[in-house]
Design a protein around this ligand. Structure first.
Ligand code: ASP
Length: 360
C-alpha cells in the first residue's frame, strides 16, 4: 500500500513497483529491478533545464504561490494526500493494463472531487456567483480529444470531456448543450450548490472589492499526464477557471493545443496559469512543435515556453510535461507549482511549497 506522504517527499512504494515495471517500454521495459531509491526519482539538470527520469504519471494542482508557513499542517496534509490519491487512482488503471487515457481521467476525477482544488467540487465562482467548469482530455496515440467549456451541472467535467471524445462526432461542447449531453449519456448531474466551498466564496467577495488580490485570481487548477504499458501517453486538465471571471469566459484548459496536448511523438502536457495568454501563445502545442520540428528535449522546450514566451506575453503559469520515455518537466514562472509524480520503481514525490519546485 501507499505510504502517507511526508515532507520532503520521496516515498518508495514497493507494493506497486512490479506493476509499474512494464509501464515504460522500449529498451528499458521490465528491465530495471525495483529499487525504491529516492535518488533515482530526484530532479536533475539536463539540457539547461530540470527533468525527472523514469516517470510513469504526474499530476498538478495548479500554478501559484504556496510559501512555507502559509498553510496549516492539516492543509498541507490535505494537499499532499489529495495529490497522492490522484496518482494512486491513475496508477491503479495502468497496473491493470488499462490505457493512459483511463489513468489521467481517474486521477483528475479524484482532484475534481477534492474541495481543495479548483475543479469540480471547490471550483471558483464567476461574477454571478456560479461555477462554469472547463475540462479536456487527449490521447497521444491518435490525437483523439474531447473537451467541455462552461458546464454548470456536470459533477465530473473530465468524464464528460471523454464522453464528448468517444460518443459524439465533436471535440468541444459548451454550456447548456454540454450539460444536456451529460444527462443523455448518464454522466452524473448535480445542482450548483454541490460545487460550493466557503473559501472560494470568500475569494469571490474579496475579488469584488478592489484591489483584488492576485493570489485569488489563479490557482489550483488540476491536470494529469501518464504513460501506459503500450507506451501511449495521455493528458487531461480540469478547472473552474479564474475567480470573478466574466460569465461565459473560457480559458485555456478546454482548448486543445493551449492548455492540454498529447502526441506520442512528443509529449503529454497539462498547463495552468492565466488562460488568455496560454491561448494566445498556443502554449501546449508550441512545446510539442519545438520537440517535433526543432529536436528539443521536453525540459528545454517546456522551459522555453513557460518561463520565457508566456511571461513575454504578459502572464505566468506552469505545466507538467511528460515525454514517452518517462522524462518529466515541471517548469513554472509563478512562485510555485503544486504537483506530484510517481516513477517506475514506485517512488512518489509530492511538491507543494515554492522551495520544493525548481522553476525550470
Ligand atoms: N488556466 C486556467 C484558466 O485560465 C486557470 C489556472 O490554471 O489557474 O482558466
Amino acid at each position: 500500500m501507499f505510504s502517507r506522504p511526508q515532507r520532503g517527499i520521496l516515498i518508495p512504494l514497493a507494493a506497486i513497483t512490479l506493476g509499474l515495471a512494464g509501464a515504460l517500454s522500449g529498451s528499458t521495459a521490465g528491465a530495471v529491478a525495483p529499487t525504491g531509491d529516492p535518488a533515482a526519482a530526484a530532479p536533475e539538470t539536463a539540457d539547461g533545464a530540470t527533468v525527472v527520469r523514469n516517470v510513469v504519471m504526474a499530476v498538478h494542482g495548479g500554478a501559484g504561490s504556496l510559501p512555507r508557513g502559509s498553510i496549516t499542517p492539516e492543509q498541507e496534509q490535505a494537499f499532499r494526500s489529495g495529490l497522492e490519491r490522484a496518482l494512486r487512482a491513475g496508477v491503479a488503471a495502468i497496473n491493470e493494463g488499462r490505457p493512459s487515457l483511463d489513468a489521467v481521467e481517474a486521477a483528475v476525477r479524484v482532484l475534481e472531487d477534492d474541495p481543495n482544488f479548483n475543479a469540480g467540487k471547490g471550483a471558483v465562482f464567476n461574477t454571478d456567483g456560479e461555477q462554469e467548469l472547463d475540462a479536456s482530455i487527449m490521447n497521444g496515440r491518435d490525437q483523439r480529444s474531447g473537451a467541455v467549456a462552461g458546464v454548470h451541472n456536470t459533477k465530473n467535467p473530465i468524464s464528460l470531456a471523454r464522453m464528448v471524445m468517444e460518443r459524439s462526432r465533436h471535440v468541444l461542447m459548451a454550456g447548456r448543450g454540454a450539460d444536456i449531453f451529460a444527462l443523455q449519456n448518464g454522466v452524473p448531474y448535480t445542482t450548483q450548490d454541490y460545487f460550493f466551498t466557503q473559501r472560494r466564496w470568500d475569494a469571490l467577495i474579496a475579488a469584488k472589492n478592489p484591489p483584488p488580490s492576485a493570489a485569488d485570481l489563479v490557482g489550483e487548477t488540476v491536470g494529469a499526464v501518464a504513460i501506459d504499458r503500450n507506451r501511449d501517453i495521455a493528458a487531461a486538465t480540469s478547472t473552474g477557471g479564474l475567480t470573478n471571471k466574466l460569465v461565459g469566459r473560457v480559458g485555456d484548459s478546454p482548448i486543445i493545443g493551449a492548455g492540454t496536448y498529447a502526441n506520442n511523438r512528443t509529449l503529454a502536457i497539462s498547463c495552468t496559469g492565466t488562460g488568455e495568454v496560454f491561448i494566445r501563445g498556443v502554449a501546449a502545442y508550441d512545446i510539442s512543435a519545438q520537440m517535433e520540428y526543432g529536436g528539443r528535449s521536453v525540459q528545454r522546450a517546456a522551459a522555453n515556453v513557460i518561463t520565457e514566451k508566456i511571461p513575454a506575453l504578459g502572464a505566468t503559469g506552469g505545466a507538467i510535461a511528460l515525454d514517452p520515455n518517462g522524462r518529466l518537466a515541471t517548469p513554472h514562472s509563478t512562485d510555485g507549482l503544486i504537483n506530484a509524480y510517481i516513477t517506475r520503481d514506485g517512488t512518489i514525490v509530492t511538491r507543494i511549497y515554492n522551495d520544493e519546485t525548481p522553476p525550470r
